[in-house]
Design a binder for this molecule. Structure first.
Ligand code: ATP
Ligand code: MG
Length: 409
């Protein structure tokens, strides 16, 4: 998802080819068209927001083609649009064979180094006075004759691979090496809303991104455990949320901040220490359930991964889930190893932020239960006025806008 290596020649590309995720292509026609239309709308809106001139947009063969004088400038925003699997800046020309040859040669002149190898591929839709192999041959010959730098053809492992896509009266030439990976997935909003429990740590950030990637509209909730954490913890969560909101083009522009410290104090005062985290999480789930109900979400989402923490054993996840009845808890990281999570975090640009040192929750016990019995948990909760705690906490929720200054709520 980087655009490095595209500025390595002076050529001015004038189009961008966006490929839809492969999974979109295998949907039924009405679903496919709906998803593609949605991506097209998002892309157009993003280009307008970036102030990029669009001279035309067309669709063919699972691709969206944008004619624009500034394709390179469009790339950073469009690599954050879900539903796009890859992007290639291209040179647009007519489907006249001589024009194709000249356009290809212009690219090759700026790009091929002495002694390097290349290949040419062609895909063609429509009726033309030539066939694809002829295009490859003519372009190949023109490059060999026109460059004069000892370049060679290598169809198996070329240093540079030219692709030509001919469609009706138009043709596009691009270099496969300059193709940039998109995030894939489905366009935002193609699924319903999910309420994400975002802690500011790496797991929930990646879990949230994975849900967005599959088309969910994320709603964000953070539980503020002050005085057991402090403002560094909250600030980090808000910044992580803001960073992630780039992937929904500003859709998730708020975080619900839940004052959870008093609940934690009650739990610490009245319940066995080894159950603190489980009881705290069960309260989080309950409050999140009420919020999900209020916001019209379809489910809750967490960054829990099997066995990662004492509260994340298979057994304890069951105990957690028994606290709520109306919503499923989605855990996209259930089977992830930590290094897999970190890899995605780096890719989406949240790794450093989530690794920032903050005050970790001081209420966590030294010896947490890894296999809490439901009887013990229910007995502990008898000592709490759970319903009142949930109601009071809910009344204290504050909405923090992400598109405003962090210091204000
Ligand atoms: P993370 O890296 O997301 O902090 P973790 O592996 O450190 O997760 P826990 O602290 O046990 O694990 O939290 C498990 C999940 O519970 C988190 O991924 C997140 O979804 C949710 N969660 C935990 N603490 C909070 C919080 N303060 N606010 C919102 N959600 C939270
Ligand atoms: Mg954590």
């Amino acid at each position: 998802m980087r655009e490095e290596g595209i500025h390595n020649h002076k050529l001015q590309y004038d189009a961008l080819i966006l490929r839809f995720s492969g999974e979109i292509g295998i949907k039924s026609r009405p679903v496919r068209l709906r998803l593609e239309k949605r991506i097209e709308e998002i892309v157009k809106r993003e280009l307008t927001r970036e102030g990029i001139k669009v001279l035309g947009v067309s669709k063919f063969l699972g691709r969206l083609i944008i004619n624009t004088p500034e394709p390179i400038a469009a790339i950073p925003r469009l690599t954050k649009v879900f539903g796009i699997s890859s992007l290639s800046p291209a040179l647009r020309t007519s489907s006249n064979l001589q024009d194709i040859v000249e356009a290809s040669l212009r690219i090759a002149k700026g790009l091929l180094r002495p002694g390097s190898t290349f290949a040419v591929k062609c895909r063609r839709v429509g009726s033309h006075p030539y066939r694809s192999p002829e295009v490859c041959r003519r372009v190949g010959e023109a490059i060999l004759n026109g460059i004069g730098r000892d370049v060679k053809v290598n169809l198996d492992e070329p240093d540079t691979s030219f692709s030509i896509e001919v469609r009706g009266a138009d043709a596009y030439v691009y270099v496969e090496n300059e193709t940039i990976k998109g995030p894939g997935g489905f366009p935002k909003g193609s699924q319903g809303k999910v309420l994400c429990l975002l802690s500011g740590g790496v797991d929930s950030a990646v879990a949230l991104w994975l849900a967005m990637k599959r088309g969910c509209y994320p709603l964000l909730v953070y539980f503020d455990n002050e005085p057991y954490t402090d403002d560094t913890t909250t600030q980090r969560a808000v910044e992580v949320a803001k960073k992630l909101s780039e992937w929904t083009q500003g859709f998730c522009n708020r975080v619900y901040l839940v004052p959870h410290g008093n609940n934690l104090k009650e739990i610490l005062d009245r319940c066995p220490r080894r159950l603190t985290c489980i009881l705290c999480k069960r309260m989080m789930y309950r409050i999140a359930e009420v919020l999900a109900d209020r916001l019209g979400a379809e489910g809750l989402l967490t960054g829990e991964a099997l066995g990662e923490q004492a509260s994340q054993t298979l057994h304890n996840l069951r105990i957690l889930e028994q606290a709520i009845v109306k919503y499923p808890v989605h855990r996209p990281l259930l089977g992830f190893d930590k290094d897999e999570t970190h890899k995605i975090a780096r890719l989406i640009g949240v790794y450093e932020l989530t690794a920032r040192k903050v005050k970790e929750c001081t209420a966590a016990p030294e010896k947490p239960a890894t296999k809490a019995s439901i009887e013990d948990v229910l007995e502990a909760e008898e000592r709490l006025d759970v319903d009142t705690m949930v109601r009071k906490t809910f009344e204290g929720i504050v909405v923090r806008r992400l598109d405003r200054d962090f210091s204000g709520t």
